[in-house]
Design a protein around this ligand. Structure first.
Ligand code: NAP
Ligand code: F7E
Length: 325
């Protein structure tokens, strides 16, 4: 039985990846960063409420080298998926140093623990399309990076550190350069879930307006369930590699509004107000993946369309309010 460690298991991707690995009979371990969490209320609560729990949880923080080192020494995992991060782009402008410490140097703390303990451990780094930033689409593995936020800068540092540990120490260390991926488990601070989670409240009158920033930004939005499959496939490849993972289709925030409000037959322009606090000092205007290399090397392709993703998110948020679409 293979043993995997997922940092950031309580996040959107961590929870789907844990389920995916359990389906393949892995022994799954995950990190949470504090004991003050009510862990049963997190996205992996359903995997912990069984007897015995289906995943094992360890308390650590990407800021704490010593606990990471101890964890790797105790577990000696076959695969490590580094999904933990301060992952919110807008928040990274308010907390640039914290973001650098966690999202950037945090990856090196983990790589260093692996290097010192067991270099046969395979490592996945959650790299991001935000690294392309201002470089126009389509973006592939050869596209130059032009990061536009402290978050993206930190991800570029972690990306190159992953490659450096591969080249310097022979680690099987890979970067998945993932474009935006969403789901009903997406945090409500991200634009897609902010929109879908507002719809039931607008319908019931609990919320009057939906305040958003830049509606023109374009993103290549896929489904998180598809993308965690790619993470696992990358670590099964004989050689470590860096791969762009996306859908190859781009939509604006206003396209997302069109699709989401169409599910409930409402006109979003009657509800949406532009609020400058949701603009970023520097924006990423246009992301669209070229996924030819992922198709050719690991045979990955997405299975869930943009329309299916939006419908699933809206329906799930409506159901949580007892409303049927
Ligand atoms: P997410 O929902 O924000 O989850 C982030 C996870 O990191 C959470 O479990 C969080 O724990 C944990 N975390 C935050 N700070 C930490 C720290 N100091 N030490 C240890 N853990 C910490 O993110 P996601 O959407 O699942 O994304 C997973 C990874 O992929 C992230 O690295 C993200 O930057 C990257 N990524 C995401 C996308 C996307 O579109 N979703 C695209 C490309 C790359 P708490 O539960 O305690 O907050
Ligand atoms: O913004 C615009 C905003 O915060 C998308 C993270 O998972 O994906 C995510 O980063 C777009 C931006 O995602 C609001 O300006 C308008 O252009 O949902 P988001 P993101 O910044 O693309 C990448 C790949 C990651 O790696 C990150 O970890 O939507 N937008 N109005 C807004 N965005 C938010 N959050 N809130 C608004 O009100």
């Amino acid at each position: 039985m293979k043993r995997a460690l997922i940092t950031g298991i309580t996040g959107q991707d961590g929870s789907y990846l844990a389920e995916h690995l359990l389906d393949m009979d892995y022994e799954v371990h995950g990190t949470i960063r504090t004991t003050t969490h009510d862990i049963e209320e997190t996205r992996v609560g359903h995997l912990l409420s069984t007897d015995p729990p289906r995943v094992k949880i360890h308390v650590t923080d990407l800021g704490d080298s010593h606990s990471l080192m101890r964890l790797i020494t105790d577990l000696r995992p076959d695969e490590v998926y580094n999904l933990a991060a301060q992952s919110h782009v807008r928040a990274s402008f308010d907390q640039p140093i914290h973001t650098g410490q966690v999202t950037g140097i945090g990856a090196v703390r983990l790589l260093e623990a692996i290097r010192q303990e067991d270099t046969s451990t395979r490592f996945y780094q959650a790299s991001s399309s935000e690294m392309f930033g201002a470089t126009p689409p389509p973006q592939d593995e050869t596209t130059p990076f032009h990061p536009r936020s402290p978050y993206a800068v930190a991800k570029v540092y972690a990306y190159w550190s992953t490659i450096n540990y591969r080249e310097a120490y022979g680690l099987h260390a890979s970067n998945g350069i993932l474009f935006n991926h969403e789901s009903p488990r997406r945090g409500k601070e991200f634009v897609t879930r902010k929109i879908t989670s507002s719809i039931p409240r607008l319908l019931t009158g609990d919320q009057e307006k939906l305040r958003l920033g830049n509606l023109e930004a374009r993103r290549d939005w896929g489904h998180a369930r598809d993308y965690v499959r790619a993470m696992h496939m990358m670590l099964q490849h004989p050689e470590p590699l860096d791969l762009v993972i996306g859908t190859g289709e781009s939509h604006s925030v206003s396209d997302f509004l069109d699709a989401a409000f169409a599910v409930v037959n409402l006109d979003w322009s009657e509800y949406v107000e532009i609020d400058s606090q949701f603009y970023r000092p520097t924006e990423v205007d246009y992301l669209e993946a070229d996924i030819s290399k992922a198709a050719a090397t690991i045979g990955w392709k997405p299975t869930i369309s943009f329309e299916e993703l939006v419908a699933e998110m809206v329906t799930s948020d409506l159901e949580a309010h007892g409303i049927t679409a």
